[in-house]
Design a protein around this ligand. Structure first.
Ligand code: PGA
Length: 227
């Protein structure tokens, strides 16, 4: 009985997560690890395309990613919202505006994620549906590089709000109030259909689905009382 209460204390867990999910995945692993001492981990961090490849190779126990494509023989369950937002340097004039129409963004330069990024796919889908053509000549292959570029004033960017804990609390990036935003995505925990999950993997999957939101809060922009 003690052993049950203390959780699993043996086993190895191979997790792969989206670059964007890494901001909270380590918090989930830390909480899981406190409850299941003795379980060792490996964590791969890559973009959507990389994760789909890992799923096909069936090499990892559990994958955390945005919505997987249909018809791929995957078991995928959503566990948390993933709002995507437009970010700017806090001195950018658009930070003082409200209900910005998406067409206004056509006049701005955008720093975008690389092809193969799920954030990039969602961004392109959103603006195509709005009939808006962005000017995006700067591509960055990491959320960190993209956020640094936006802070430096290279342009606007579009990222998951989950990536912004530090920048929002320090006030070095601002979320713009654009009509239609945030783009609402979901996080999924995914494995190949027919895969036999180890006891540790099955417990981690349950933990993520049932308890992720107890261990992580979506970073928020401080409310501006002077507005
Ligand atoms: P990504 O994030 O942009 O790092 O691929 C995953 C996703 O949102 O699908």
């Amino acid at each position: 009985v003690m052993e049950e209460l203390q959780g699993l204390n043996r086993g190895r867990l191979g997790v792969a997560v989206a670059t964007t999910a890494n901001y909270f995945a380590t918090h989930l692993l830390a909480a899981f690890s406190r409850r299941n001492p003795g379980v060792s981990f490996s964590l791969d961090v890559t973009n959507r395309e990389g994760l789909l490849r890992l799923l096909m190779e069936n090499e990892r126990d559990v994958v955390i990613m945005g919505q997987p494509p249909e018809g791929q023989e995957l078991v995928a369950d959503a566990f948390m919202a993933n709002p995507l937002v437009v970010i700017a340097n806090p001195d950018h004039p658009l930070t003082r505006e409200h209900d910005i129409p998406p067409e206004r963004l056509q006049n701005e330069l955008f720093v975008v994620r690389e092809r193969g990024s799920g954030t990039r796919v969602a961004m392109e889908r959103f603006f195509a549906r709005q009939g808006v053509q962005l000017q995006s000549e700067m591509e960055m292959s990491s959320n960190e590089a993209l956020k640094q570029a936006v802070q430096a004033g290279l342009g606007l960017g579009l990222v998951s709000q989950h990536t912004l804990a530090m920048e929002l609390s320090l006030g070095c990036l601002a979320i713009l109030d654009v009509v239609g935003f945030p783009i609402q995505r979901q996080w999924y925990v995914v494995h190949r259909a027919g895969k036999r999950l180890s006891p540790v993997a099955a417990e981690f999957r349950r933990f993520v689905l049932e308890e992720a939101e107890d261990h992580w809060q979506l970073p928020q922009q401080p409310t501006d009382s002077s507005a």
